[in-house]
Design a protein around this ligand. Structure first.
Ligand code: KE4
Length: 432
């Protein structure tokens, strides 16, 4: 595998960026904090490829942290954005495209009857938490360690993703007053959840989780856990919120809830639904959503909500996923990648776990099954960092943290999977 090690222009660009932007990045998740070195600065992306400003090409397994399920610059999405651009970029007034996208989301996601569009996953989850509290008149929220729901104050408690990666699961600036209403439990811990509801029988507004977790690395819920979530929230009058920002439209067109035949009250969506542009959404049962202002009294608003370019990208993406579903191809390619990684790690005598749901997966460097944060946090993150750079030097761009998922796109063909496995085998051999 060709070695890519000259990244001088990226290094200089990052030094310049650090003078004007905290850490030289506009999202902490990109800072390479867990793997050392400096981020690579991107010049171009097309299909499954990223090209950095030093001219190095990488097979991309981040896909912008999930949105690029069709690869970069899918022609139909690009055309839709260009066509929308002819009519302007933002009006601050309703458009038919917003209704069209809402109708597509309702068609795709089984439990969703009504939708509000926003500009980021964080905005979608904070609006959903406010709605749950407004509808139930209750204060407490249950979340799970290692789950990340964006940088919402009340949910930045034992959070995953960059919060876990950079060891600030409880960020400075989140007040005691805010976090006191957030109850944190271990993912997949049914007894813990039962005890929580028994302790707080009438003050829990909602339980929020990633129904397929990506933000402590990929972790799947047990059937018992999923059933207990619905049983307990219904029994105690709390709302069940699926944060499908990452797994929505990813693990299936209808997201994790369609895969698991689950029936949440509210669903948070993002990433894929915006086709790579800033758009997210929250939706759910009509009787709940009709509490959102101006239909109801729970405040929610946003200058760029339902932005014409972003709705065009979202519509084109969801129509592509609906009309030419890539999920069988994604399953085939992802299974090949996972099997290849596992046999390489085995051959090199490395303790590992590989968790996968469809085209999102994580290779954990640990000898015990990863079922929640208590097990995820025991991974060998130094070994992960070495593996990351071994791949990077061989032209494969992996998530820059053990506590993230990687994503396969419809553009990752057999040849690219083979090239990836060749690079991974060499990188794993170096870890022994
Ligand atoms: P954004 O505000 O980043 O659009 O969405 C927040 C969010 C909410 N819920 C889930 C399940 C998520 O995964 C995310 C964002 N995911 C991270 C990556 N793990 C985004 C990367 C970043 O923060 O730059």
């Amino acid at each position: 595998m060709k070695h890519t090690t000259n990244r001088e222009r990226s290094r200089v660009a990052h030094e310049r960026a650090k003078r004007v932007t905290p850490g030289g990045v506009n999202s902490a998740a990109r800072a390479f904090g867990a793997v050392g070195g400096h981020p690579i600065v991107i010049a171009h992306a097309e299909g499954p490829w990223l090209t950095d400003i030093d001219g190095n090409r990488y097979i991309d397994y981040i896909g912008s942290w999930g949105p690029m399920i069709l690869g970069h610059q899918p022609p139909s999405v690009k055309r839709a954005i260009q066509a929308a651009l002819e009519h302007g970029t933002s009006y601050g007034a309703p458009t038919e495209a917003e209704t069209r996208l809402a109708e597509l989301i309702i068609e795709a996601v089984p439990s969703v009857e009504m939708v509000r569009l926003v500009s980021s996953g964080t905005e979608a989850t904070l609006s959903t938490i406010r709605l749950a509290r407004g509808v139930t008149g209750r204060d407490k929220i249950v979340k799970f360690a290692g789950n990340y729901h964006g940088h919402v104050d009340s949910l930045l408690v034992s959070a995953g993703s960059a919060a876990a990666t950079l060891s600030v699961p409880n960020s400075p600036g989140v007040t005691t007053g805010t976090s006191q209403d957030t109850l944190v439990r271990e993912y997949n811990d049914v007894a813990g959840l039962e005890a929580t509801f028994a302790q707080h029988p009438s003050s829990i507004a909602a339980v929020i989780l990633e129904p397929v977790c990506g933000n402590m690395g990929c972790v799947t819920p047990t059937p018992e856990f999923l059933q207990s979530l619905r049983r307990l929230t219904s029994q105690y009058g709390a709302l069940l919120v699926f944060d499908e920002v990452m797994c929505g439209f990813r693990v299936a067109f209808g997201g994790a809830q369609s895969l698991f035949q689950a029936d949440p009250d509210l669903t948070v969506m993002g990433k894929i639904v915006g086709g790579g542009l800033p758009l997210a959404a929250f939706g759910g049962k009509r009787w709940i959503m009709e509490h959102v202002l101006p239909a109801g009294k729970v405040f929610q608003a946003g200058t760029l909500s339902g932005n014409p370019l972003a709705t065009a990208a979202g519509i084109a993406t969801l129509e592509a996923l609906r009309d030419q579903p890539p999920y069988e191809l994604l399953e085939r390619q992802s299974a090949r990648l996972a099997e290849g990684l596992a046999s390489s790690a085995q051959r090199h005598g490395l303790p590992f776990q590989l968790n996968r749901v469809g085209s999102m997966m994580t290779l954990f460097f640990t000898d015990q099954p990863v079922t929640g944060w208590e097990t995820a946090k025991r991974c060998n993150t130094q070994r992960f960092a070495q593996f990351f750079w071994g791949l990077m030097d061989r032209g494969v761009y992996w998530p820059c943290s053990q506590f993230e998922a990687l994503f396969v796109s419809s553009q990752h063909d057999d040849q690219l999977i083979d090239l990836t496995l060749e690079a991974a085998d060499e990188a794993l051999a170096e870890l022994g």
